[in-house]
Structures are given as structure tokens and as C-alpha cells.
Design a protein around this ligand. Structure first.
Ligand SMILES: Cc1cc2nc3c(=O)[nH]c(=O)nc-3n(C[C@H](O)[C@H](O)[C@H](O)COP(=O)(O)OP(=O)(O)OC[C@H]3O[C@@H](n4cnc5c(N)ncnc54)[C@H](O)[C@@H]3O)c2cc1C
Length: 469
């Protein structure tokens, strides 16, 4: 391996290769701190050609590659697995905005630019880039594309897939595909970029992308609504959606348990009221003059009157709006700080959400008594994070023997409602059993065939997504 490290250093420069120091540890450890395996080295290329050179050198040495962005993924997809030697290729130095076209509403960025940096560049140009999630300051465009990230505005703008117009990708053999098209229409054969979106680094390394920009928001109205149960939460969603139509850009659900864990980690944040469950809704409009606050208030009024909502507060300033969103954003950090959980990321048809929540509560109470449920998620997308915490005073390690049974039970439940066992986080290392259990043989065969075509030597991101052999 020394030879390979020396070749990488002489080709990419000393600054681009980290090896034999404790500095590699954060790259080798996933965000949830559940997985850690040593890498041969960490490579930080600065150009597409350097990514290509790295892949050629690794292929010649028979060493495998783990593509990595901000390493905020929640299924350990961007860190090494046990077994064959692996190099981590982290894209953070590929952080240039190559072009912004305000007429065509596109931005062309390198893979290492963060989601937040793209949002900021869009605002500066009087536009909007809508993919937003709590890790946006660290998560990179390449990672967000490779996981087809969702976030809080999917119900209005779609997930990452809906934003991508073109891609530049380095293939496993080091060839570069320049598919950086800015076109809205292009029916010229298979749409190959779709294979890399949500491809989790198994088919190639995304090095740059052309992303769609949207008209800037001119006004927001944001409210926190208290509800006694999940039926009422769905009622809030449907009522506000009926009033606001496509202007409803976010609808998040948070149980009191999840809220308490999040807020324990952020003691300066204050809830405007307490409730059994919370719904955070936001209406956004690009149309000047539309009175969004009145629109939201008029949607909420009847809900308060008929008791669907127990309480509601509409943010009166940008500051109050930001505070409400900070409460939402602290949930995952709070859970990690409290010792972590057995996480799930299911989606089901929206009409079935109440039945699914009721079934999950019964399941945990009856089969896993004493464990604590933390449910929150993107209600407007039918996407629930069903997280199971150990009993008070116990650690995640104490319930390790139950982990697989809990996950199988929660995922099975989602599947019986014609749902998905991984809505937005992807598969990585942590949902592979779900792939084996829930995907048909035909679907797995097609995926394995694609992997063989793009990566016949099996160099890219081993041990992720596809159940072996
Ligand atoms: C607090 C918190 C909140 C989150 N909220 C959400 C949410 O609301 N919605 C959501 O969808 N996700 C959410 N996530 C998950 C995560 O942030 C997203 O999946 C994010 O898009 C991952 O980006 P990353 O750059 O960190 O990727 P990484 O974690 O580094 O990698 C993710 C996967 O993509 C591959 N990859 C990375 N870069 C490339 C590349 N350039 N080319 C090819 N493959 C690559 C990796 O190999 C890995 O398989 C959250 C995470 C945290 C920590």
C-alpha cells in the first residue's frame, strides 16, 4: 500500500493525501458513530482529472474506493466496510461554483460545494435552491445527489433528483463522462444521469452537477401547531394544503418525545406552547403581494375552533421563523447527543400515516416493552423517522441484541402498507437486509447487472446497497 500512497502523493500532491495519522479517523467514522474501519488513506482531489487519476491508480493496485462528501449520511454509506483495502475519496476540495445562469435558472457546481453554499449563491442571484435539510452546512452536492436527498421542501419542489439537469461523473475505470447539460428537454436515448442520482457511489463518482434554480420566495408564513394525535396532524396538513395549494412548502410532524430529546440538546430554544404532538407548516410564495400570513391564519382558525388543533403560533418575524426551524433542526443532533437510537426512515401513503403510527406504537409496546419511541418526519411526504431508543438509563449497546428484530418489524410494517423501508436516507451499509428482504429478485438482478456494466471489477463503494453475492 505504501507504493500506492506514494503514487497518489506524487500525482495529486502531498496536501491531497492523508495517511498514517489519526487525522483520518473522522473520515473513517460515520455521522452516527456506529461504524469505523481503517482506510488505506484519504484522498482529497481538487479537480476532476485528479479524481480520474485516483481511480486509475486504485484500479491498477486493485484497491477499492469509498466516495465521500460531507459524511453526514445516516446509513454509513460513505465510510469503509470491513474487508478489502479501501481508499476514501472525499470531494470537499472540489468546491467551486463554475457558473450561474440567471436567464436559464441553472447553477453549475462542483461536487464538494455544500447545499448551504448553493442556497446562498441562489439567493445572491435572486433565486431559490430548495433542497434544505438540517445537515445542509456540511452535506455536499455530490453526497446529496448520490443519496437523492429529500429534506423539508420535497412536497413543493421534489427531492434532489428533481433539481438535477446534468452531471459530470468519473467512471470506475477513470473515464470522465461530461453530461453537464443545462437543457430542460433532451430526449436523446437513455437518461444516464438518473442512474447516478441515488446511486450511492456504486456506479461512479459525481464531480460536478448542473442544478435547477427556482423563483425566489418573496414571503413566508410559518406556524407551529399543537395537536393531540396523528389523525389531527394529518387533518392540519390536508386543511392547510387545501387552502394554500402548491404554496404549502413544508409540513413536518414531531411527537412530544422527539421534541423533548431535541430541546434537551438546545436549551436556549423555547417552545411557544406544549402539546402532545407538533406540526410545523410553512407557506412560501414567489408572488409579490400574496398575503401568506393571512392565508395561513385563515387555514388554522377553523382547526382551532373545531379542536383539531390545541394551539397554534404563527411566526411574526424572520427571527421567530428561524427559531421555529431551529427547533426542527435540533431533533437529530439531540437524539445523537442522548445516546442515539435504532433509526428507521419509512414512507407510506399519506392516508395510512395514522394507522402506521398506531401500529408502530402497539408493536413497540407489545414486543419491545420498555423501549422508547421517537417519531418525527416529513408528514407532507408520508415520510416518518421511527426511531427507537433504549430504556432510560440504558445505552444503545444494551439493546444491540434486539436491533435486527426491531428494524425488521418496523420495515415489515411499512411494507404491509405498500410503503418503503428507506424513504430518503438510502441503503448504505445499514439497510442492506431490507434490500434482501423486500426487493424482488428481478429488481435485484437488474441492479446487479448495472453494477457489473459500470464497475466490472467491483471497485466502487464495496459492501453498500446491494446484498451479496
Ligand atoms: C442532522 C441531519 C439531518 C438530516 N436530514 C436529512 C433530511 O431531512 N433528508 C435527507 O434526505 N437526508 C437527511 N440527512 C442525511 C444526509 O444529510 C443526506 O443524505 C446528505 O445528502 C448526504 O450528503 P453528504 O455529502 O454528507 O454525503 P456522504 O454522507 O458523504 O455520502 C452519502 C453517500 O453518497 C456517496 N457519495 C458522496 N459523495 C459522492 C460523490 N461525489 N459521488 C458519488 N457518490 C458520493 C457516499 O459514498 C455515500 O454512499 C440528514 C443528516 C443529518 C446528519
Amino acid at each position: 500500500m505504501k507504493d500506492l500512497i506514494n503514487q497518489l502523493r506524487s500525482t495529486l500532491g502531498d496536501k491531497a493525501v492523508i495517511a498514517d495519522t489519526p487525522d483520518t479517523t473522522p473520515f473513517e467514522t460515520d455521522w452516527r458513530r456506529l461504524h469505523h474501519h481503517k482506510a488505506v488513506c484519504v484522498v482529497l482531489p481538487e479537480t476532476t482529472d485528479q479524481v480520474a487519476a485516483t481511480l486509475r491508480l486504485a484500479a491498477a493496485a486493485g484497491v477499492k474506493i469509498v466516495p465521500q462528501g460531507g459524511n453526514t449520511g445516516l446509513v454509513a454509506g460513505g465510510v469503509p466496510v470491513a474487508g478489502a483495502p479501501q481508499i476514501i475519496v472525499n470531494l470537499r476540495r472540489m468546491n467551486k461554483i463554475r457558473a450561474l445562469d440567471a436567464t436559464g435558472d441553472t447553477i453549475t457546481v462542483e461536487a464538494g460545494v455544500t447545499l448551504q453554499e448553493v442556497q446562498e449563491a441562489a439567493v445572491e442571484a435572486g433565486r431559490l435552491f430548495p433542497v434544505s435539510l438540517a445537515a445542509e452546512g456540511t452535506a455536499q452536492i455530490g453526497g446529496a445527489i448520490s443519496t437523492n436527498a429529500g429534506g423539508i421542501q420535497v412536497l413543493a419542489y421534489g427531492s434532489m433528483r428533481a433539481q438535477v439537469l446534468g452531471l459530470e461523473v468519473v467512471l470506475a475505470d477513470g473515464r470522465i463522462w461530461n453530461g453537464l447539460r443545462v437543457l430542460r428537454k433532451d430526449n436523446t436515448g437513455f437518461d444516464l444521469k438518473q442512474l447516478f442520482i441515488g446511486g450511492e457511489g456504486l456506479l461512479g463518482i459525481v464531480t460536478a452537477a448542473v442544478l435547477r434554480l427556482h423563483p425566489a420566495a418573496t414571503a413566508h408564513a410559518t406556524a407551529m401547531v399543537g395537536v393531540s394525535n396523528i389523525y389531527a396532524a394529518v387533518g392540519v396538513f390536508k386543511t392547510v394544503q387545501a387552502k394554500a395549494g402548491q404554496s404549502l412548502t413544508a409540513c413536518e410532524f414531531i411527537t412530544a418525545n422527539a421534541m423533548a430529546v431535541g430541546l434537551a440538546h438546545a436549551p436556549t430554544l423555547r417552545l411557544p406552547f406544549t402539546a402532545a404532538n407538533y406540526v410545523l407548516v410553512e407557506i412560501t410564495t414567489p408572488t409579490p403581494g400574496l398575503a401568506v400570513e393571512e392565508l395561513l391564519a385563515s387555514a388554522l382558525e377553523p382547526l382551532l375552533e373545531d379542536g383539531t388543533a390545541s394551539d397554534a403560533v404563527v411566526a411574526q418575524s424572520e427571527r421567530e421563523r428561524a427559531d421555529l426551524w431551529r427547533i426542527r433542526e435540533t431533533l437529530s443532533d439531540g437524539e445523537l447527543a442522548a445516546g442515539g437510537s435504532v433509526k428507521h426512515d419509512i414512507s407510506v401513503p399519506i392516508a395510512d400515516i395514522p394507522a402506521v403510527v398506531a401500529a408502530v406504537e402497539t408493536l413497540i409496546a407489545q414486543r419491545f416493552a420498555g423501549l422508547r419511541l421517537n417519531i418525527f418526519g416529513h408528514l407532507g411526504d408520508g415520510n416518518l423517522h421511527v426511531n427507537v431508543r433504549p430504556p432510560a438509563g440504558r445505552s444503545l449497546a444494551d439493546i444491540a441484541s434486539q436491533k435486527n428484530a426491531i428494524t425488521a418489524a418496523v420495515e415489515n410494517l411499512a411494507m404491509t402498507f405498500a410503503g418503503s423501508f428507506s424513504a430518503e436516507h438510502g441503503i448504505g451499509q445499514m439497510r442492506i437486509e431490507g434490500m434482501a428482504m423486500h426487493k424482488s429478485a428481478v429488481e435485484l438482478d437488474m441492479m446487479r447487472a448495472l453494477k457489473k456494466i459500470f464497475d466490472p471489477m467491483g471497485l466502487l463503494n464495496p459492501g453498500k446497497m446491494l446484498p451479496g453475492p
